[in-house]
Design a binder for this molecule. Sequence first.
Ligand SMILES: Cc1cc2nc3c(=O)[nH]c(=O)nc-3n(C[C@H](O)[C@H](O)[C@H](O)COP(=O)(O)OP(=O)(O)OC[C@H]3O[C@@H](n4cnc5c(N)ncnc54)[C@H](O)[C@@H]3O)c2cc1C
Length: 187
Amino acid sequence: MDARPMSLATSPTRPHLEYAVRLSDSPYKRAFAGLRPGDETRVFGPIGDFVLHERRPAVLLAGGIGITPLKGMAEYAADKTLPIPIRLVYSNRSEDEIVYRHELDALEKQNANFRVRYTLTRTVDPGWQGTTGRISQEALREVAIGLADPIYYVSGTPGMVVGTLRLLRDLGIPDDDIEIEAFRGYA
Ligand SMILES: Cc1cc2nc3c(=O)[nH]c(=O)nc-3n(C[C@H](O)[C@H](O)[C@H](O)COP(=O)(O)OP(=O)(O)OC[C@H]3O[C@@H](n4cnc5c(N)ncnc54)[C@H](O)[C@@H]3O)c2cc1C
């Protein structure tokens, strides 16, 4: 059986399982996009330990479709009314590639401890209100201001994860304070 690892995009506080993919013309993506209500799929798991630490401030760093597990963490914190500050920096090439924007903005309203900052790396319309450019050292420093001993969660393509990990290490963040999820299968 041909299978792909997929992050759970929802929190266990929600009644359903949700998955999101970046579409392409691959056989897997075509099959995924072709699913209809009532179709059967096989799922096993969950496996892995990329989950939110409930007692420490969190800095969530997402690239593109890497938002999926981090969106689940943000839901979890909101649904459980966790008192920890959570700050998300979410990088995409262009505004129309931002996944779950509506849901993330709604979570920001639901949870006063949750803040989202979007950044675009390529196509930027004149009316764009967020920041531009890749996640930088400056952005990482800024987003952590006022947070006591945060954990950094990095999720995206292997390239994005390695690049961000390097920035965090250069800032002196110990590896014990960094959790990563690299979406193998994306360049
Ligand atoms: C922990 C984890 C969580 C993930 N979560 C998500 C998610 O939430 N949403 C999402 O869209 N994607 C996610 N991915 C990526 C996903 O598993 C697929 O790799 C991706 O969707 C590309 O699949 P494809 O068949 O379209 O690739 P193709 O473009 O067909 O793959 C190109 C080549 O890479 C190989 N390949 C593809 N995937 C993998 C892999 N994972 N490991 C090793 N070789 C591979 C294929 O066999 C093929 O040779 C996750 C990956 C990991 C490891």
